[in-house]
Design a protein around this ligand. Structure first.
Ligand code: ZN
Length: 159
């Protein structure tokens, strides 16, 4: 087994434990479907919508209903194992969030392509706002919308 796969397995074991704790504490049933969904999500890189997740699971021969899928994603949101984004349309996109470094997004308004970036200055702003308002920030949502510049000429013209 490769090193990457080994880490992936460890991460899955950890998130599984977090999920079990959450289900126990809140009196939810620990069904095999729920863990299959968690496993599928943690094997997925990048952003996905529930419909795509449904199709991927079907292709992997997991039998889950859409209702179970939506319900489980909701539970995973509640215990912070999944993050939800809404990038300027009605479609909710999700991504695994355990141990995924805090990042923000840029959306290309023409192609819908999503770029991720991480800038420590945004974290500094977050700390400053916590101090200013005397609050503890649990979550944030920051998305820039614009146009991706492909050619050098386009890059010059945009300046
Ligand atoms: Zn992201």
């Amino acid at each position: 087994m490769s090193k990457v796969k080994e880490t992936e397995k460890q991460t899955y074991e950890t998130v599984k434990k977090i999920f079990i704790d959450y289900l126990n504490k809140n009196g939810h049933r620990k069904t095999p479907e729920r863990f299959s969904i968690l496993r599928q999500i943690y094997a997925t890189d990048g952003h996905f919508d529930v419909e795509t997740l449904y199709i991927n699971m079907k292709n992997n021969k997991y039998r889950v209903s859409r209702a179970t899928l939506y319900n489980t994603v909701e539970l995973l949101l509640n215990c912070n194992l999944v993050a939800r984004h809404q990038f300027g349309n009605n479609l909710s996109l999700y991504e695994k969030s355990y141990k995924c470094s805090q990042h923000d997004h840029f959306v290309d308004m023409e192609s819908g392509e999503i770029l991720e970036f991480c800038d420590p200055r945004i974290h500094e702003i977050q700390l400053a706002i916590e101090k200013l308002l005397n609050v503890k920030i649990k979550n944030r949502s920051l998305t820039f919308y614009g146009k991706k510049l492909n050619s050098q000429r386009e890059q010059k013209a945009a300046k």
